[in-house]
Ligand binder design. Structure first.
Ligand SMILES: CC1=C(CCC(=O)O)c2cc3nc(cc4[nH]c(cc5[nH]c(cc1n2)c(C)c5CCC(=O)O)c(CCC(=O)O)c4C)C(CCC(=O)O)=C3C
Ligand SMILES: [Fe+2]
Length: 368
């Protein structure tokens, strides 16, 4: 077996959503996020209040810095020489600025970790539109920067991600008092039904990807003798209230669970990789309060964050892709029943945003 190598890459870019750092950032950040999206003003004001309640500061930036440091540490531990960079879609440091610096320092070929585990318009195609725009902007500035960018495939079924989530659910179960009626409420970000349908055109859809992870974690719990029931519900719905989004909402769902005799519940945010605002507000603040009001014992499972399994899995994915780019045929390991997503998805996948087909240029990459 050849020695692990990051060739042909010059850098790993962590490409994330971004979030405000201070009160005065909140409104311009939100404007960036919803530009052209038709999110009603009342919803924006509501979400603004969530950020203001946290002093105008999203936890997401510190979490991405921690992830960058953990990835750097793991690469160094394995003797791999690959700088790790960070850039965002919606707030500083913007991807284009990070890429401009990387290019000035001589980077030409960059592998990108998009910080969404699941493929859908929001979690994959939109990042590819964003990266294409950044590369085009640099090309225009430099008369052809010649940056080549590859994106790591969606990693929802990567052993590192799944194992980190399994371990987190097990720890959360231990926080609950002993007793009957244990339910694992897996939670993810809701998306419009049209976005769900589009995610399922060329491969397993967004919901189906989550169902796959749910069944792997359930099986791991049962293997340890835990009797559980489980479900998938959704948080953070946005948009026009008349537009259908994936349901049930986690709060409504908790009420149904309490009604049906569930007494102990683990809220497992498998849709998110860190405890950013959706988790801190929609789950830790709102859903946990709902659970308390319903008299449920509830514990929130940790997100993957910088769990060693997760970080190690991402480095494995970098090595896997690098090997393929060198023309080798590396082993590909997944958990669950779904296959690994292709490096470059078939044309037409995840095209639908809110019912309209987007005509925005994209980089070749996962989910299209
Ligand atoms: C699937 C999905 C993920 C999960 C995958 C992933 O992890 O990436 C995700 C993550 C995130 N979403 C985030 C923030 C926001 N998302 C919004 C709006 C929207 N999200 C959507 C989908 C998703 N979003 C959609 C379909 C919309 C409607 C508008 C549109 O079509 O795009 C809005 C506008 C206000 C509102 O209406 O909520 C905000 C502020 C943050 C940062 C949090 C922080 O600051 O800590 C993160 C990580
Ligand atoms: Fe979002």
């Amino acid at each position: 077996m050849p020695a692990p190598s990051v060739t042909p890459y010059d850098a790993l870019l962590v490409c994330s959503f971004g979030g405000p750092n201070a009160t005065e950032d909140v409104v311009p950040f939100l404007r960036n996020v919803v530009r052209g999206k038709g999110v009603p003003e009342e919803r924006l004001e509501q979400v603004g209040e969530h950020y203001f309640a946290f002093g105008g500061r999203s936890p997401i930036n510190e979490q991405n810095l921690a992830l960058r440091a953990a990835l750097s540490g793991e690469l160094q531990r394995r003797g791999l020489d690959l700088p790790v960079l960070w850039g965002n879609r919606n707030w500083h440091p913007y991807t284009v600025d990070t890429l401009r610096d990387a290019h000035a320092f001589g980077a030409r070929r960059i592998i990108v970790l998009v910080t969404s585990a699941y493929a859908s318009y929001s979690g994959s195609r939109q990042y590819r539109e964003h990266l294409a725009a950044a590369v085009a902007e640099l090309d225009a500035e430099t008369g052809g920067a010649g940056l080549e960018i590859d994106i790591i495939r969606p990693f929802f079924n990567d052993p590192g991600f799944v194992d980190a989530n399994t371990a987190a659910v097990l720890r959360a179960v231990e926080e609950l008092p002993a007793g009957e009626g244990l339910h694992i409420a897996y939670v993810t970000h809701s998306i419009p039904d049209t976005m769900q349908d589009a995610s399922a055109v060329t491969g397993p859809g967004y919901r189906e990807q989550h169902e796959d992870v749910r069944s792997v974690i359930d099986a791991a719990l049962r293997e340890r003798g835990l009797e559980v029931t489980s479900s998938l519900s959704y948080c953070s719905r946005s948009g026009d209230p008349r537009t259908p989004w994936l349901e049930p909402d986690v709060n409504d769902h908790l009420a149904e669970l309490a009604e049906s005799g569930v007494r102990r519940v683990v809220i497992a945010p498998i849709g998110f990789i860190s405890d950013h605002m959706e988790v801190a507000w929609d789950l830790d603040t709102e859903a946990m309060e709902t659970a308390r009001e319903l008299g449920l014992h509830a514990a929130r499972a940790a997100t993957a964050g910088v769990a060693p399994e997760f970080v190690g899995g991402i480095v494995d994915l970098v090595l896997e892709r690098a090997a393929r780019e060198r023309g080798e045929d590396p082993e590909v390991v997944v958990r669950g029943d779904l296959p690994a997503f292709p490096d470059v998805a078939p044309p037409g996948s995840c095209r639908m945003r809110h019912g309209e087909v987007t005509g925005i240029p994209v980089l070749a990459g996962p989910a299209d």
